[in-house]
Design a protein around this ligand. Sequence first.
Ligand code: SF4
Length: 196
Amino acid sequence: MARPVRFNIHPKEADYNTAIGFAESPAGFTGEGFFTTKLSDVVGLARKNSIWPLPFATSCCGIEFMATMGSHYDLARFGAERVGFSPRQCDLLMVMGTIAKKMAPVVKQVYLQMAEPRWVIAVGACACSGGIFDSYSVLQGIDQVVPVDVYVPGCPPRPEGIIDGFMQIQTLVGKESIRRRNGDQYKALLESYGIQ
Ligand code: SF4
C-alpha cells in the first residue's frame, strides 16, 4: 500500500515556478549592490546543502535508506544525492542496522578515515542502542565507539524519520562555528573515544 507523503506531490503545471526555491540567505546587511554577513554562516550554508553521506548499512534499516534515496522520497532534494563509499570523500556517516561487536572496529575505522568536518547519524534502534538485540554479540549503540550527532529512533524508522534526522544534521551543520573542530571541547570529546 502506498504511504502518504507530503513530499514529492506533483505540482500542477502552473505551480512549477513556485515549487523551485532558493536556500534562505544568512542574516546580514544589504545595501545597494552589496551584502555582508559572517563567514561561518556562508560556510555553514554551503556545507549543509552539499552533504555527502556514507551509508554504513548492515541490515533492515538499510532497506529504509534505499527507499529514502529513491525517487519517491528523494534525499537528493537536500543536496545529498552524492552518496559515497569512500570515507575520505564523505562528511556524513549514516550507520543503519545492527552492529555486531566484531563490526565495531570497522565502524570506527571508517569514521577515522573521514576528514573533518564529519558528522554521524545513528539510524534505527539497533544503531542507537542495540535495539531488541540485548545480547553478548551486539554493540549496544554505536556511540560506544564513535561520537553521534543525531539519533533516529524506530525499528525501522520510516523514510520520513530518516529525512527528519538528516534535516536535524543540516541545522547542526548550518550553525556550526568553523572554529568548533579546533576547540578544547571537541578535542576532549574525541579523546574520550581514544581518538587523537
Ligand atoms: S532497528 Fe529494527 S529494522 Fe533497524 S536494523 Fe535493527 S532490527 Fe532491523
